[in-house]
Design a protein around this ligand. Sequence first.
Ligand SMILES: C[S@@+](CC[C@H](N)C(=O)[O-])C[C@H]1O[C@@H](n2cnc3c(N)ncnc32)[C@H](O)[C@@H]1O
Length: 223
Amino acid sequence: MSNPDWINRWKQGRIGFHRSEFNPTLLKYWPQLKLSEARSVLVPLCGKSLDMVWLRQQGLEVIGTELVKTAVESFYQEQSLQPAVKEVQGYRHWQADDIHILEGDFFALPEGSIQSTVFYDRAALVALPREMRQQYVKHLANAAPHIQEGLLITVEYDQDLVSGPPFSVEEQEVRALYSPRFEVIKLDTHSAPASTNLREKGVNELIEVVYKLALSSQPPGLF
Ligand SMILES: C[S@@+](CC[C@H](N)C(=O)[O-])C[C@H]1O[C@@H](n2cnc3c(N)ncnc32)[C@H](O)[C@@H]1O
């Protein structure tokens, strides 16, 4: 999907990926991160995810990045927060109660612009087609060079039945994308209901896979 496609999706309310509760997988596995009590967490491609509220409740400053203004506006409105908004380096920076959202294209985030040491990826990597996923992982390292740990949730299903998003991203690809910079530790695999757009096309269930990514003790190589 191109940027205009995402903008249209939000405009038309086709946001079957959005959950109206905290993600139980986040609540269950976040404590397994050493840095679960870090100062700042990056939530790439954040939408209006309630998980940002939960992460904030854990005492973390939250830095979300989101392309679509409607998503960002809805997030603060639905949380009854009054954000301060300013223009920074080509982005619109929204902030209320230490939940910051950088409105703009993730792939244009300036190098070193994010200080977070930990990230949370639910429905971000899998929102991108294969040809963009390597660029996403590279850009994550580039924009947020202090990242030491992350919690990643992917989905797997038969991609021949339907094209994404969400895209099916298998373990082998996750390892290829994040190694050797990160040690990739698989924490869990469970079945989960498919999002609306997949169900519409006949995929009712998929496999959700949870990974912990920990900065490798090897000398950092390029992604
Ligand atoms: C599948 S949704 C997931 C949202 C959120 N992570 C969640 O769990 O609800 C992907 C989100 O990424 C946003 N997005 C897509 N491309 C983007 C880009 N290049 N930069 C920033 N956000 C982007 C979309 O607008 C959408 O809100």
